[in-house]
Design a protein around this ligand. Structure first.
Ligand code: AMP
Ligand code: ZN
Length: 490
């Protein structure tokens, strides 16, 4: 039984998808005006984890993550439709077109996802490719009387949507007093938000019934999620700063348009801090994955570090913590490889990483003398499953993993079971624990295998076959197994 904490109801709930075993997951994606920092990546780790846990539970998941390449204003996170389009600020800064900026930082983002073994979502729609869908949605709202004009802004009238603030629980009267920015002139309520901004000078601009301009940030997510997942979603994720105003606004405009509940489960990642402080450029503590690698860390060490904290807590990133994570991961991989090769001598050297709590079940390992049985497999499997199904309790899941390692170290007959279990657990953890030969394979065929996987997932089988041939030409074969593709020397 999978339980997830739902921001909407403020409690852990038993997960029941809208359709029996098919889950529609939407993740608010990056605004591609700059590199992703480790706070952003921690938040995408959480999306990846949710999908993996759902799949572990046997659900079929369709995951959609947007790429915001227009309309996200510098002041918009403060619930004000003022400021400039972040994409255009970046274009000026780098003397490039917004499209070049978007392309460059999208590629950088995908590289980070791959480095962290974050599975690529099935669909990654770009906002600029979906302007007609956004216009159609705004028209639908206009027909229903939710829209009015304030100067150059076409805005959503929140007074027409009585459920406004049901997600964030904000008291709008208090908010109004504390509003940090001057609202746009002509707005009836400072929290009425822009759906379309008329601006014939904007670099990226489109024709619309309201004049030449560009869409507001919030409407992008509603239009794209509905296009690829339908009018009702099972899961919608974001960082906790997205709750208000972004997700509140998504709910208002989507539910006003369709008359149906937009999302059943809202999940939000806590904020990542660095050495106990908020990340910021001025504190010079705003790190990217590349900065971590520049200090000699492998990307998966950061993945491991993320797994040591619960996704809703504010993960405190420290260099010492990353070091401990890298050491722990190294030991875990050494263990997995040694049992796969039956290298039992190496196992004696293995110890738990600093601070890892090891449970009690090694008593079980000492008790046994016969061959490993189904019940042992089930016991660890069950404990791992319980941990991840308890609102993705990855610290607890890792404790089960180390418990298993300890038991298998003490009892060699448990090792085949341990290996099988680790392979299964790694589908959730994504730490590549049992990929023994992958590192010996050069980068190019490995990338081709990933590209082929992507095509296969999207149903482009001709392209996938062509890539298989390219891999063969390079001297490697790819075999599709239940654990995913395996690459070998031909
Ligand atoms: P942006 O590209 O600025 O739209 O941000 C992308 C995502 O990263 C959003 O979902 C934010 O909620 C999330 N985010 C930004 N900073 C942090 C942080 N320090 N910790 C966790 N999530 C963050
Ligand atoms: Zn969004």
């Amino acid at each position: 039984m999978l339980k997830l904490y739902n921001t909407l109801t403020r409690q852990k709930e038993i997960f029941e998808p809208l359709k029996s075993d098919y889950v529609r997951q939407y993740d608010c994606g990056p605004t591609v005006y700059w590199y992703a920092h480790i706070g952003n990546l921690w938040r995408y780790m959480m999306s990846d984890l949710i999908r993996r846990v759902l799949e572990f539970n046997g659900y079929q998941v369709k995951q959609v993550m947007n790429i915001t390449d227009v309309g996200h204003l510098t002041d918009e996170d403060l619930a004000a439709d003022t400021g400039e389009d972040k994409m255009e600020v970046a274009a000026r800064r780098e003397k490039k077109t917004p499209q070049e900026i978007a392309e460059f930082y999208t590629q950088a983002f995908l590289k980070d996802l791959d480095g962290l073994n974050i599975q690529r979502p099935h669909v990654m729609p770009k906002a600029t490719d979906h302007i007609p869908e956004m216009i159609a949605l705004i028209q639908r709202l206009e027909e229903k009387g939710y829209v009015y004009r304030a100067g150059n802004y076409v805005v959503f009238d929140i007074s027409k949507f009585p459920d406004y603030s049901k997600l964030s629980g904000k008291n709008l009267d208090e908010l109004r007093v504390g509003a940090r920015l001057e609202p746009v002139e002509g707005k009836k309520n400072p929290f009425d938000f822009a759906l379309w901004i008329v601006d014939p000078q904007h670099l990226m601009r489109w024709d619309s019934p309201w004049g030449v301009g560009y869409p507001g940030w919030h409407i992008e997510c509603s239009a794209m999620s509905m296009k690829y997942l339908g009018e009702q979603l099972d899961i919608h994720t974001g960082g906790e700063d997205n709750i208000f105003p972004h997700h509140e606004n998504e709910i208002a405009q989507s539910e006003a348009a369709t008359g149906k509940q937009f999302v059943k489960y809202w999940l939000h990642a806590g904020f990542l801090q660095v050495e106990g402080k908020k990340m910021s450029k001025s504190l010079e503590n705003l790190y990217r994955l590349d900065d971590l690698m520049g200090r000699g860390f492998v990307p998966s060490a950061f993945r491991y570090l993320c797994l040591t904290a619960h996704y809703r807590t504010p993960l405190n990133f420290t260099w010492d913590g990353l070091e401990a994570a890298q050491n722990a991961l190294k030991k875990l991989r050494e263990f997995a490889r040694s049992i796969s090769e039956n290298g039992s001598e190496q196992l004696g050297k293995l110890s738990e990483p600093d601070g890892q709590k090891v449970g009690k079940s090694d008593t079980l390992a000492h008790r046994r003398t016969d061959a490993p049985s189904r019940s042992e497999f089930s016991e660890y499997h069950q404990r791992f499953r319980e941990a991840i199904n308890d609102d993705l309790n990855t610290p607890q899941a890792l404790a089960v993993v180390w418990d298993l390692v300890k038991s298998a170290r003490a009892d060699t007959s448990l090792r085949p079971v341990a290996y099988k279990l680790l392979r299964g657990f790694d589908k959730v953890l994504g730490l590549k624990l049992t990929e023994v030969c992958a590192e010996a394979i050069p980068q190019v065929p490995k990338q081709l295998v990933e590209e082929r996987e992507r095509h296969r997932r999207e149903g482009h089988f001709d392209e996938a076959d062509q890539i298989r041939q390219k891999i063969l030409d390079l001297g490697y074969t790819v075999e599709d197994t239940s654990e995913g593709p395996k690459i070998k020397k031909a």
